[in-house]
Design a protein around this ligand. Structure first.
Ligand code: G6P
Length: 466
């Protein structure tokens, strides 16, 4: 089998300096790549990602010798100060908000951009050094937009694909970016660029046209490849002894209570404040549901050094406590709020026990939590997915209940209906989505992308929809 070098900002583990150990990374990109099955995709994968130089060298070297998960990894060492500017100031403070339509959150930074260029160069150099001529290079996500161009400068014949895990916004937004030309000029040098959704591809195409004044002749090298999850893994998790233990424990407390579940990284794109306001409105509008329905909201810490994320955490916690204060009783806490990640077994138990999953993202590249929830449902008592129309998954999961998270009044009604949705309908809807995901998992996603990358595709839209 030929080798495919997966390249991303993150490796599947991150160094936790407080505990002095590596802990699993979170986020859509990592969870999808972790599930890839080499034999099914037809490539031997190796993973290149960044580690900062404040981590003990011996520890970093241990990553080189002991594969993390099932993949050999190649840490690329970057000075910590440079990394912070590249990651926090440019990637997370400029690109992330702009590409998610959060223009008021964008803080342009020249230092951030300089560091972004330097770190992309370090990553490109590492690829140029590591890659054999017959390797396939697959670069992931917005932190590494400049890598394709920099690699192609030195190794024009290397097969190189790029996948964007977040939305590509309207050209009306993208063209505000001071560095728009550098980014577009790099991406068009790829042999294939993939997006989750046709709308992202269309926005990209119009940005290329507006920024460069023309569409290059290789524009058929752009395609739509919605990501998926390791579906079988989530099916299997349902009956693991640890999962069953959690189910047993929670069932005792839950009794007849209905659960609306939320699982989101702490990020303004996830619409957490809107979701909390919606639940508050639900309790106000339907007093008969008080004491019978709880929101279980898991918030996974993320980008904790960015001030906007710290402010958001405070706002969320204030709102949770004011709702609990207003509608709680000694016997009833409306919102169970957890600010930490949970184990896979616990997550599977929560997925199985919740009547509704509420995804209220303001914008979200794909949203893999919705897919995980579907694969975790039982045949006997499946739940309902409330899914923001501003997620990439919305194009794939046509049996989910579609919501506009900004329309609180309408979402409250849909939430109520979802809680009382007939069992036969739930079985039909979750069943259809589960059948689809069983036949389209993360390995299928990678296989189709890599097939088109090495084959030079003629189709631009391979969207798979129910
Ligand atoms: C999304 C992005 C990834 C990112 C992840 C977590 O899935 O597409 O590129 O890695 O969020 O964010 P973080 O900044 O913690 O890596």
């Amino acid at each position: 089998m030929s080798r495919c070098l997966l390249v991303s900002n993150r490796l599947p583990v991150a160094f936790n300096s407080t505990l002095n150990i590596f802990t699993p990374s979170s986020g859509g990109l990592v969870s999808a790549i972790k599930g890839l099955d080499s034999s099914k995709v037809g490539f031997d994968f190796e993973w290149m990602g960044i580690m900062t130089d404040d981590v003990d060298v011996e520890k970093i070297n241990s990553l080189r010798t002991t594969p993390v998960g099932n993949l050999p990894s190649h840490p690329i060492i970057v000075p910590k100060k440079k990394y912070d500017l590249y990651y926090n100031e440019y990637s997370n403070n400029v690109l992330w908000p702009l590409l998610h339509y959060e223009r008021s959150m964008v803080h342009n930074s020249q230092d951030g951009w300089e560091a972004y260029k330097e770190v992309n160069q370090l990553v490109a150099d590492a690829i140029v050094q590591e890659a054999r001529d017959d390797d396939t290079i697959w670069v992931h996500d917005f932190q590494l937009f400049l890598v394709p161009g920099l690699v192609k400068d030195k190794r024009p014949n290397l097969k190189l694909g790029f996948f964007l895990h977040i939305p590509f916004p309207s050209s009306e937004i993208f063209r505000e970016l001071p560095q728009r030309k550098e980014i577009i000029s790099s991406l068009i040098r790829c042999d294939l660029v993939g997006f989750h959704d046709l709308s992202y591809l269309n926005h990209f195409r119009s940005s290329v046209q507006r920024v460069l004044g023309e569409i290059p002749s290789n524009d058929r090298m752009w395609g739509v490849y919605p990501i998926s999850i390791d579906s079988q893994h989530f099916l299997d998790l349902r009956n693991k002894p640890e999962t069953l233990e959690f189910i047993h424990k929670y069932k005792e407390n839950k009794k007849e209570m209905k659960w609306i579940l939320g699982v989101d990284r702490l990020d303004y794109i996830k619409g957490l404040l809107l979701k909390l306001q919606t639940f508050k409105e639900f309790l106000k509008r339907f007093p008969e549901e008080r004491g019978k329905v709880q929101l279980v909201q898991i918030v996974i810490p993320s980008r904790t050094e960015v001030p906007e994320y710290q402010d958001l955490k405070q706002q969320i916690e204030q709102l949770v406590s004011s709702i609990n204060g207003q509608y709680g009783t000694p016997a009833y806490t409306p919102i169970h709020y957890l600010y930490h990640s949970v184990s896979e077994a616990e997550l599977s138990a929560l997925y199985q026990l919740s009547e509704v999953l509420h995804i209220g993202s303001r914008r979200d590249g794909m949203n893999l939590v919705s897919l995980e929830y579907i694969m975790s449902q039982t045949e006997e008592e499946p739940g309902v997915v409330l899914l923001s129309e501003f997620t990439g998954a919305h194009s794939t999961l046509s049996y989910a209940v579609s919501i506009n998270p900004w329309n609180i009044k309408d979402t409250v009604i849909k939430l109520r209906e979802a809680l009382h949705h007939p069992l036969s309908k739930r079985k039909e809807e979750i069943g259809a989505m589960r059948d689809f995901l069983t036949h389209y998992n993360s390995s299928d996603w990678a296989k189709v992308f890599l097939r088109d990358l090495v084959r030079e595709p003629v189709v631009t839209d391979t969207t798979l929809t129910l």
